[in-house]
Design a protein around this ligand. Structure first.
Ligand code: CP3
Length: 333
């Protein structure tokens, strides 16, 4: 029998909604914070033993239905010639961002070789978690990766990349295509090494106009999801109701942030499975509140084709007890 998470992503009947949380392996877990005193973020993700240990921390705490490999969307930057690190209090920093419209046609070597640490991590996870738990792989989407490559770091409005779209649309297109080419290979590599489900995080693409999204981003998402050999989930924040753009991506399931009503999303999307969408801040309420709001989402989403998750990543100060209450609520159904 396939994993509960795999069946839900395909819209097949499930006895209850599977549950996992974006950023479940991170700073809200005390052992993670301890490990990070010993290793930098990049050391941690590039050392398969350590990345395995971190990936399994939330599994030991909560037994979610999926473990998401401990890594980052930015790993593909290095094969494309960018150097980056994570600076505490700032976030990701790209040390040599795109220097101009002539610096966008990026090629890469052998992904399996350059990102071998990710393959090794997936193999290890498969040996550890057994049949009940799905191993979740992921990649950043082309727009979100290009956002870091152009801005050189986090950019709330993505103005640098949107300016490139306006002033040099062909360069913008070329850069997004370079990322798309590597994302396709990278996801196939992850699936080949044991990822049961993959999620594409094009978190920032909702900052484009719907016309630009349809012209520049949607065809790339379609290209990415076209030939994948595993169930897939697409996630973009702040789509302002344009769920049609996610549905048309060709992903098996559509991730929802907390700004959409999951019941209305179901009506718009028809039989396309959904993932989400508890507001991550709700985990700072008391446990009864967490349970009540989680049950509301499960009821609104209806049976089958629903993967319970947050609407975005777990916040770093989230109480462990709240995450427990969230996961248990799904398991009690
Ligand atoms: O548990 C998991 O979900 C798996 C691992 C994971 C991380 N990042 C670990 C991480 C995943 C799936 C991501 C995705 C990611 N990374 C996205 C897309 C999803 C989203 O959250 O919007 C983006 C945009 C990034 C880029 C990135 N990497 C950011 C913005 C940050 C800084 C976060 C912060 O709050 O400072 C990172 C670093 C990072 N990636 C951390 C973790 C656990 C924090 C590292 C640390 O300080 O210890």
């Amino acid at each position: 029998m396939d994993h509960l998470l795999v069946r839900a992503a395909r819209g097949e009947p499930t006895e209850r909604p599977p549950v996992w949380l974006m950023r479940q392996a991170g700073r809200h877990i005390p052992e993670y914070r301890e490990l990070r005193e010993e290793y930098s973020f990049l050391e941690a993700i590039k050392t398969p033993e350590i990345a395995e240990e971190i990936t399994l921390l939330p599994w030991e705490y909560y037994r979610p239905d999926g473990v998401v490999m401990f890594s980052d969307i930015l790993t593909v930057l290095e094969p494309l010639g960018f150097s980056y690190h994570i600076e505490s209090g700032v976030g990701p920093v790209v040390e040599n961002p795109v220097s101009g419209p002539d610096d966008v046609d990026r090629t890469f070597g052998n992904v399996a070789h350059e990102l071998d640490y990710v393959g090794e991590l997936l193999v290890r996870l498969n040996q550890r978690v057994g049949d009940e738990t799905a191993v979740i792989g992921f990649a950043g989407g082309p727009f979100t990766l290009a956002s870091y490559a152009v801005a050189g770091g986090p950019s709330r409005t993505n103005m640098p990349l949107r300016k490139l779209r306006a002033a040099h649309p062909e360069a913008f297109r070329t850069l997004l295509q370079s990322f798309t080419d590597i994302i396709k290979e990278y996801l196939a590599f992850q699936i080949g090494n044991g990822a049961d489900v993959v999620q594409l995080f094009d978190t920032y693409a909702g900052t484009l106009t719907p016309e630009d999204y349809r012209e520049f981003v949607l065809p790339l998402h379609q290209e990415i999801f076209e030939d994948l050999n595993a169930p897939s989930i697409v996630f973009v924040r702040r789509m302002n109701g344009r769920l049609d753009l996610l549905k048309e991506s060709g992903a098996d399931a559509v991730g929802l942030d907390w700004t959409v009503d999951i019941g209305e999303a179901r009506e718009q999307l028809g039989d396309v499975p959904v993932q989400g969408n508890l507001d991550p801040s709700y985990l700072f309420g008391d446990q009864e509140f967490v349970r009540e709001k989680t049950r509301e989402i499960i009821e609104k989403a209806g049976p089958d084709g629903h993967i319970l998750n947050l609407g975005h990543g777990v916040n770093k100060d989230t109480p462990v007890e709240s995450v427990e209450a969230f996961v248990e609520t799904a398991k009690e159904i």
